[in-house]
Design a protein around this ligand. Structure first.
Ligand SMILES: C[S@@+](CC[C@H](N)C(=O)[O-])C[C@H]1O[C@@H](n2cnc3c(N)ncnc32)[C@H](O)[C@@H]1O
Length: 199
C-alpha cells in the first residue's frame, strides 16, 4: 500500500471509532512509567492521545505526532480537558520536521508495523531524536505468512533497526480480544511483538 492510501485509510478510520482507540494504556507502558523517572517522551503515531495523557499524568513532558489531523485535534482536546500540557503535531513519522527531542522515551503503539517500505525513514528519524540512553518501546503485529500487502512486521524489518540500539527485552504473543478468548479460540489474532531498545 502506498503512503497516500495508507494516510487515506487512517483518515477514514478516525471518522468512526477505530478498534485500537480503546482509551486504555497497555500494562507494558504502565510498567515502564513505574520503572523509570519522568523525562521527555514522544508518542509516535499517537492517535487520539491516550498514551500521551497517561505519560503527561505521570509527569513526563510529552510530544505526540500523527499524520491524521482529526486524531491530533481529538488528542489536543483530551489533553486540554485533562488540564495537561502536551506538544501535539500533525507530522509524518518518517519526517519529524521541527522536532528535535532529545527524547528519553519514544513510544510506538502500532505505527511502525504499518509503514511498509518507509520503515528505514522512520528509524533514521528515531535515531536522530532519541537521547543517548533513551528507550524505544514498540508494539507491532507480525505480517501473516499469507499477507499479500506490506502491512505488518517481518523478521527482516527488525534487521533495519540501527546497530546503535540494543535490545533490552522482546516479548511475543498473540493478540486475542479478551472477550472472545473462550468462545472463539479460532480468532486468535496475529502474532504481536513488544520490543524495548536502548539507544
Ligand atoms: C494503530 S494506530 C495506534 C494509535 C495510537 N498509538 C494508539 O495506541 O491508540 C496507528 C497510528 O499511527 C498513525 N500513523 C500511521 N502511519 C503514520 C505516518 N506515516 N505518520 C504519522 N502517523 C502515522 C495512524 O494515523 C494511527 O493513528
Amino acid at each position: 500500500m502506498n503512503n497516500f492510501l495508507r494516510r487515506l485509510m487512517f483518515r477514514l478510520w478516525y471518522l468512526f471509532a477505530p478498534p485500537w482507540d480503546t482509551g486504555i494504556s497497555p500494562p507494558e507502558l504502565l510498567d515502564f512509567i513505574e520503572k523509570y523517572p519522568p523525562g521527555n517522551a514522544i508518542d509516535i503515531g499517537c492517535g487520539t492521545g491516550t498514551n500521551v495523557i497517561t505519560l503527561a499524568q505521570a509527569g513526563w513532558q510529552v510530544t505526540g505526532v500523527d499524520f491524521v489531523p482529526r486524531a491530533i485535534r481529538i488528542a489536543s482536546r483530551k489533553a486540554r480537558n485533562a488540564g495537561l500540557a502536551a506538544a501535539l503535531h500533525v507530522r509524518d513519522v518518517t519526517k519529524l520536521t521541527g522536532i528535535s527531542g532529545p527524547f528519553d522515551l519514544a513510544l510506538d503503539m502500532g505505527c511502525f508495523h504499518s509503514l511498509g517500505n518507509k520503515k528505514k525513514g522512520y528509524l533514521s528519524e528515531l535515531e536522530r531524536v532519541l537521547a543517548p540512553g533513551g528507550y524505544w518501546l514498540m508494539y507491532g503485529y507480525f505480517k501473516s505468512d499469507s499477507a499479500a500487502n506490506d502491512y505488518g512486521l517481518a523478521e527482516a524489518d527488525l534487521e533495519l533497526i540501527p546497530a546503535s540500539m540494543t535490545l533490552v527485552w522482546r516479548q511475543e504473543g498473540f493478540d486475542v480480544p479478551a472477550d472472545l478468548t473462550d468462545e472463539r479460540p479460532d480468532l486468535a489474532g496475529p502474532r504481536v511483538l513488544l520490543l524495548e531498545y536502548v539507544e
